[in-house]
Design a protein around this ligand. Sequence first.
Ligand SMILES: NC(=O)c1ccc[n+]([C@@H]2O[C@H](COP(=O)([O-])OP(=O)(O)OC[C@H]3O[C@@H](n4cnc5c(N)ncnc54)[C@H](O)[C@@H]3O)[C@@H](O)[C@H]2O)c1
Length: 257
Amino acid sequence: MTHPLFNIENKVVAITGAGGGIGRAVAKGFAESGARLALIENAEANFEALRGELAALNAHAAGYYVLDVTDREGCFSCVKQIVEKFGQVDVLINLAGINQRMRPELYTEAIYDRIVDVNLKGTFQMCQAVYSFMKANRYGKIINVGSITAIAANQHLPVYAATKAAINQLSKSLACAWAPEGIHVNVVHPGWIDTALSRQARVDIPGHAERVVATTPAGRWGLPEDLVGTMLFLAAPASDFIDGANIVVDGGVTSQL
Ligand SMILES: NC(=O)c1ccc[n+]([C@@H]2O[C@H](COP(=O)([O-])OP(=O)(O)OC[C@H]3O[C@@H](n4cnc5c(N)ncnc54)[C@H](O)[C@@H]3O)[C@@H](O)[C@H]2O)c1
């Protein structure tokens, strides 16, 4: 039996970047908990693996929405469609994110703009798009996704790290503004998690894969499934007095000198 504090059955959970490595694990975790899913990706093809995985779980209610989160009008219209289909939106998880690794002096304006637009503007716009519906219900949960690079950085990811640190402050500000209206905004900072995004880092940065294992107290790369429990907790009533918090899920890597 599920304790009521952890019951998210029938909650409507919108997930951006749902077809990505972490997104798929999180979507499956919420499906297994009986949530109704609104899954968002920037291209239909990105749903392919997820559709099969959810079908295998007999996930009872899922809607699929193609949206580039940099499209402001698109964000508002996507959330409107979700509410039209499901009647509400209870939880938003902003997982859509990109990175391009190179030394700072090599970034072009176009690369800078794209990373900032997807990671920071996209997150902000989706938060704004769910706001009026959550406010009307006087309840909502927003989980934004930072990174351990919001806390420490390296020479290959100046723009990505800046967006992730900015998501932190954005989320604290939203939490202050919206907690009085029953909307709880928090941030999860994943460590080194084995997905397409981080697999490219192993190509871009020689020795990276081995260094991650050597510097992580848990002694391994994270798996997308390592994020699921924290996401479920922040979506559930158990976290109703948590606002503007940062939860690091990194096997201890940022705790070690
Ligand atoms: N993998 C890691 O080690 C790690 C560490 C820290 C933080 N994160 C963050 O976790 C989140 C998920 O990362 P992941 O590792 O699953 O990466 P991923 O590349 O597997 O997934 C990201 C997903 O976002 C989607 N996406 C990209 N741009 C989009 C846009 N404009 N509109 C809508 N969707 C878009 C992609 O299609 C992809 O499916 C990202 O925000 C990432 O920055 C990942």
